[in-house]
Write a protein that binds this ligand. Structure first.
Ligand code: ZN
Length: 298
């Protein structure tokens, strides 16, 4: 709904329990639906990509600082193939999936079989780029391929952060996304057993994310549901959007870097160059005249 600010995708970061608990909650419905429209994803691919996009945003908000970005790669052995997501601390995110058209039967419970699509075996890689150089990558084996559990396992194992990640994407019969988002709750160093125990009870009592989102409607209320009984306060709130850094200038630079021989071959064989951005599926066409100009300039 355009113009309705309360419906815009938002991510909030909160603190609770005398600074010993951090919570990040996000509603990502429009963002995930834009990914669906751009990549023309099937319902199962929409749900898996949507969870990875949302998980990437939550992790970026929890682990990075201003200017930082995370790349999440889910490389499972299932028929969906890999999922790649690039998520920034600034709330921008983009991503794609290897098999956007995958069709799979629903589970016995009638739900989308995300674990079956992603694969219950494989790896989750998370690359941290602070923007100041020296990116590094953490990796864990997948637990279930359902992604919420896999992100939880990643935080516990690779980052040594006790946390719980819940992700929910609801795809309607016509393929559109009507609800998407996620919640990440983590214990910070120094949290005693009392805080840990109470938080765990809260998290166990929570329903799945889609039910939470339907009941509460804003990231703040969703996070407060997880923080019941604790004093909590908002650290930051920001808009979330599907956003890609590709541009025709970048495409021209990339083609120019291929060298004379390649450019000459494109010109002779196709009379132009067509380049599609993996991340956002935008297509760029470089005309024969532009290719000829590059050859003259080089
Ligand atoms: Zn792009």
């Amino acid at each position: 709904m355009e113009g309705d600010a309360s419906r815009r995708d938002t991510l909030i970061r909160m603190t609770a329990g005398d600074g010993r608990i951090r919570a990040v909650a996000a509603l990502t419905t429009q963002t995930v639906d834009e990914a669906r429209a751009r990549h023309q994803t099937s319902p199962i691919a929409t749900a898996a990509l949507g969870k990875a996009l949302t998980g990437g945003l939550l992790l970026s908000a929890a682990l990075m600082k201003d200017g930082g970005r995370l790349t999440v790669r889910v490389l499972g052995q299932g028929p969906l193939g890999g999922i790649i997501v690039d998520a920034g601390f600034d709330g921008s995110v983009r991503g794609y999936v290897a098999r956007p058209d995958l069709q799979l039967p629903v589970t016995a419970q009638g739900t989308l079989d995300i674990g079956g699509a992603v694969g219950r075996e494989g790896f989750l890689y998370v690359t941290h780029d602070s923007g100041l150089g020296h990116p590094y990558t953490g990796v864990v084996e997948l637990v279930s391929g359902e992604l919420g559990e896999d992100f939880t396992h990643y935080l516990a194992t690779s980052e040594q952060i006790p946390a719980a990640v819940s992700l929910g994407i609801y795809v309607e019969a016509d393929g559109r996304v009507s609800s998407a988002g996620g919640l990440l709750v983590q214990l910070l160093p120094g949290a005693g057993d009392e805080i840990a125990w109470r938080l765990e009870q809260n998290i166990r009592a929570l329903p799945g994310f889609t039910t939470l989102a339907r009941k509460w409607g804003t990231p703040e209320e969703i996070a407060r549901a997880a923080l019941t009984g604790f004093q909590s306060e908002i650290l930051s709130s920001q808009a979330i959007a599907f956003s890609c850094q590709c541009s025709s200038e970048r495409v021209l630079t990339a083609i120019a870097s291929l060298g004379q021989k390649e450019i000459r071959a494109m010109l002779d064989e196709d009379g132009k160059a067509e380049v599609r951005c993996h991340f956002c599926n935008e297509e760029y066409v470089v005309s024969g005249a532009q290719l000829a100009e590059m050859l003259e300039a080089s």
